[in-house]
Design a protein around this ligand. Structure first.
Ligand code: NAD
Length: 249
């Protein structure tokens, strides 16, 4: 992306230590943004922040549990104290656990929903009063939200379906002051799906016209585009980054 509209912009990114999150962080850093990087994996997110910006001027890491509302408070207040305001929020933290529906417990269901869906509400709700006009929220949905998820992931599919409806509903409420859009990745080669790909990678590859799995950087480019001025007339939409495995309308 050649757009320079992200220079000095302030971004809250959750799940920042993950395969996609860290790629998004690197993309935003390259484009000149200032980053508040939040993740459950404290050591990894602190290491990421210091590797991007050893001086700590443009990247700050913070430990964060997406399912804990007070952690969302801490992320927002740290961001505002450090950078003065917020321009973009990218809530990417999520879990993907194998649990057959027939034996799924209430706790297992709730755990996925609390991290993948409640967590997005907590951080967006608290960020919005501090997002400057012209800012954006870019959620991370999934192909699972559009075509159903792989077996043993009903809770994950439901949480991502919720993210899509959340995104469109919030876009209607906040546009045009704050634009809200989603990116729906297909199969991206990250730790989240490593075991799934080990077991069923050939099957997923056979339905992917690109002939390969995606990279975090390819998701990061779509997120950065939706945060940039280059996407100024795009609201409540979803960009699919999936190598053609699902061709959404
Ligand atoms: N990899 C894929 O194929 C794929 C496909 C579709 C959507 N996605 C979505 O992309 C996003 C990033 O996924 P990824 O592939 O990078 O996964 P990942 O497992 O590599 O990264 C997820 C990150 O979230 C963090 N996390 C987990 N629980 C947390 C919690 N309670 N609080 C805060 N952070 C927590 C983890 O520590 C990790 O750093 C997720 O929203 C995921 O659902 C991924």
């Amino acid at each position: 992306m050649v757009d320079d509209s992200l220079v000095d912009q302030v971004v809250i990114l959750t799940g920042a230590a993950g395969g996609i999150g860290s790629a998004i962080a690197r993309t935003f850093h390259r484009l000149g943004a200032r980053l508040l990087l939040a993740d459950y994996d404290e050591q990894s997110v602190l290491d990421l922040a210091s590797s991007l910006d050893p001086a700590g001027e443009r990247a700050v890491g913070i430990a964060y549990n997406a399912s804990n509302p007070s952690d969302a408070d801490a992320v927002v207040s740290t961001c505002v104290a450090r950078f003065g305001h917020i321009d973009h929020v990218v809530p990417a933290a999520a879990i993907f656990e194998d649990q057959p529906f027939s034996t799924m417990t209430d706790e297992q269901w709730r755990r996925t929903m609390s991290i993948n869906l409640d967590g997005v509400f907590y951080i967006c709700r608290r960020s919005i009063p501090h997002i400057r006009p012209g800012g954006t929220i870019v959620t991370i949905a999934s192909s699972a939200a559009h075509e159903g998820c792989s077996p043993e992931h009903v809770h994950y599919g439901a949480s991502k379906g919720g993210i899509l409806a959340f995104t469109k509903s919030l876009a209607r409420e906040l546009s045009p002051t704050i634009r809200v859009n989603a990116v729906s990745p297909g199969t991206i080669d990250t730790p989240m799906v490593a075991e799934l790909l080990r077991q069923k990678g050939d099957k997923f590859l056979s339905i992917t016209p690109a002939g390969r799995f995606g990279t975090g950087e390819e998701v990061g480019d779509a997120v950065a585009f939706l945060c940039s001025k280059a996407s100024s007339y795009i609201m409540g939409q979803t960009i699919h980054v999936n190598g053609g495995s699902y061709m959404g309308g």
